[in-house]
Design a binder for this molecule. Structure first.
Ligand code: UFG
Length: 328
């Protein structure tokens, strides 16, 4: 029996794949390699292809005895999603529809889904709980929320049980130093700060310092990618134990401002990191911090690398060793 990991050559997918391998799980990775990296795949069977390609998916499902799916394959740039929303509905929503059709056809009943804090939009209160209003402010978040809804109806109709994990800000890299964060183009704060520390960027732009926060810059809940990965294993175990469909937030419950992240990175790297105050980025909520009480209580999840310095140190280790990112 194998676990199918879609988007397993991406940042979070590759960390979860490695975690599964360390638990001696058999895995099958699929990735269309539009954003994924070959060197981020460290084991398991790999098929290059797209979840929207029915023939390809038939080949994967018929050749492997798949017992569960962990689904990452998606486009995930908030800004881009505003410019080309249909690309997001096509790859994310329709792509997941195609995947679910194959799960129905082949009788696969368990799926762990990579969701996002962007499903909430502008939060009603902090920390955000799973029961809070979901009103996405960009197409990316809207596609992820649509998928969560699709999963609920697939449970009703076909008995497919799902765990939706709403990630806050994933950061850091695996302790082996073999995999890390490499998006092209890079838009995420932590890798951008690391690139500035390496001298590959002249400065970090701080998108707005006039928010209603203590230092005026946006506050986010940064969570180590390995802690995130461990939550996927717990989610899988929960489904295997026969538990029902669930939605969980995944964050550390502590927020750091953009300025605090840059300051901490200066300390961790010992490098000068220049910053420049720039205009606000459209669609950025001032504060996003998770309540992860539900997953802590119900699945016994507890983050191990939850302080910002540890998270940034692991990112620095990877960026220092891979100044140009992955070779492929
Ligand atoms: N930021 C900067 N300068 C940069 C990059 C980012 O100031 O060069 C700021 C952003 O404005 C934001 C914070 O740093 O306030 C974090 O930004 P990221 O782009 O790293 O992350 P986001 O919070 O925008 O996005 C993350 C995930 C998304 C997810 C979202 C949920 O990357 O996939 O959280 O809100 F949708």
């Amino acid at each position: 029996m194998s676990i199918l990991v879609t988007g397993g050559a991406g940042y979070i997918g590759s960390h979860v794949a490695l975690e599964l391998l360390s638990k001696n799980e058999e895995i099958v990775i699929i990735d269309n390699m539009q954003k994924g990296h070959k060197s981020a795949i460290l084991g398991g069977k790999f098929y290059k292809g797209d979840i929207r390609d029915r023939e390809f998916m038939d080949e994967v499902f018929s050749r492997n005895d798949i017992s569960a799916v962990i689904h990452f394959a998606a486009n995930s740039l908030v800004g881009e999603s505003v410019t080309v929303p249909l690309k997001y509905y096509d790859n994310n929503v329709y792509g997941t529809q195609c995947l679910l059709e194959k799960m129905v056809e082949y009788g696969v009943k368990h799926i762990v889904f990579s969701s996002t804090a962007a499903t909430y939009g502008e939060p009603e209160r902090i920390p955000i709980q799973e029961t809070d209003r979901t009103l996405p402010t960009n197409p990316y978040g809207d596609t992820k929320l649509a998928i969560e809804r699709m999963l609920r109806w697939c449970d009703e109709a076909y008995g497919i049980k799902s765990v939706c994990l709403r990630y806050f800000n994933a950061a850091g890299a695996h302790k082996s130093g073999m995999i890390g964060e490499d998006h092209r183009p890079e838009t995420h704060l932590v890798p951008i700060v690391m690139e500035a520390a390496l001298g590959k960027r002249e400065y970090v732009q701080i998108f707005g310092d006039d928010y209603d926060t203590p230092d005026g810059t946006c506050i986010r809940d940064y969570i180590h990618v390995s802690d995130l990965a461990k939550a996927h294993i717990l989610a899988l175990e929960s489904l295997r134990a026969g538990n029902g469909s669930k939605v969980y937030n995944l964050g550390n419950g502590e927020g750091f401002s953009v300025k605090e992240v840059i300051e901490c990175a200066r300390k961790v790297t010992g490098r000068e990191i220049k910053s420049v105050i720039s205009p606000r980025r459209a669609g950025d909520p001032a504060v996003l911090v998770a309540s992860s009480d539900r997953i802590r209580k119900e699945l016994g999840w507890s983050p191990e690398e939850d302080d910002l310095e540890t998270i940034l140190s692991s990112a620095w280790e990877w960026h220092r060793k891979h100044p140009d990112g992955y070779p492929d």
